[in-house]
Write a protein that binds this ligand. Structure first.
Ligand SMILES: [Zn+2]
Length: 291
């Protein structure tokens, strides 16, 4: 563009034109580029995204399929949309069984089923605390009604909750939809009565027995059907060595591990977790929620 403007014949005019163009060029480089980028960046890493953080709840799952660093990546392109990342943002829920972590890489999601238990859940929570690990608890409705303070404690420590039916009836997959709805909705009511601010992102079928009705009802509540990739079989109580070895043998990066904090005597589960946590850390695993 500047070349075509040098037509004027008078040297003085030409000189003035050059000076003027140079000045404009400078101001364009230094001036307009800056405001544009700086007006784009502050909103993206500023206030609006900071607000959901205390609830570690919504940040990871919506973009979960992406790279390991996806938590920070959306910020650069999200400048116009912080308001949509807020409380109303609800990712569409798929009925595909979840068997992997939200993020990719060398991650593991620990899940604990059938609690809360007055005896075992606090021991599991203490162990997780010791390693700064966040996990997911699949809570049974009638247990949540019996121990609402424990449900709140789980949430207060930054762990997440999963609906695991009202009574843990393993015939759920053969039940008609209205009964399935009672089982799933009943537990949901109990959990949210205990911890109204909790976000229930997942539902897990008792014994991992799924049906289309179960998935339909769970998804209807906005809960993803949560399965697992590693069954510790801790409920068999075949000894701490066996539980630890089973997990060590089956675990791959991105795995979801099934263990139990309720539903029976869980001293072996607690002891196995006490050995698995340092092993996982030593193996370079970081801890995530299910995807
Ligand atoms: Zn269970």
């Amino acid at each position: 563009m500047s070349e075509t403007r040098r037509h004027p014949a008078h040297p003085l005019v030409a000189l003035l034109a050059v000076l003027a163009l140079t000045a404009i060029g400078c101001s364009m480089q230094g001036g307009s580029a800056d405001p544009r980028t700086s007006s784009a960046s502050p909103p993206s890493d500023g206030g609006p995204r900071a607000a959901p953080n205390p609830h570690l709840g919504r940040e990871v799952p919506p973009q979960g399929g992406g790279a390991a660093e996806s938590t920070s990546a959306p910020a650069s392109s999200a400048a116009p949309s912080p308001s949509t990342v807020g409380p109303q943002a609800r990712p569409p829920v798929s009925d595909t069984l979840v068997r992997s972590t939200a993020g990719s890489g060398r991650r593991v999601a620990l899940t604990f089923d059938d609690g809360p238990s007055a005896e075992w859940t606090p021991k599991i929570l203490d162990l997780l605390d010791r390693y700064g690990v966040k996990a997911t608890f699949c809570v049974v409705g009638e247990q949540a009604r019996a121990y609402p303070a424990l449900v709140r404690k789980i949430v207060a420590k930054g762990h997440r909750l999963c609906d695991h039916t009202e009574t843990h009836d393993e015939r759920l997959a053969r039940m008609p939809e209205d009964q399935v709805r009672k089982q799933i909705g009943g537990a949901r009511d109990a959990i949210l009565a205990a911890a109204p601010d909790a976000e229930l992102e997942w539902f897990r079928a008792p014994g991992g027995g799924w049906s289309s009705a179960i998935k339909k009802v769970a998804v209807g509540y906005g809960m993803k059907p949560l399965d697992w990739s590693v069954d510790s079989r801790d409920w068999e109580r075949k000894g701490v060595d066996t539980i630890v070895a089973t997990v060590q043998r089956q675990l791959r990066p991105g795995g979801v591990v099934l263990m139990h904090d309720g539903g029976g005597e869980r001293s072996q589960s607690v002891a196995a977790l006490a050995r698995l946590l340092p092993w996982l850390v030593q193996q370079g695993y970081s801890f995530d929620y299910p995807g």
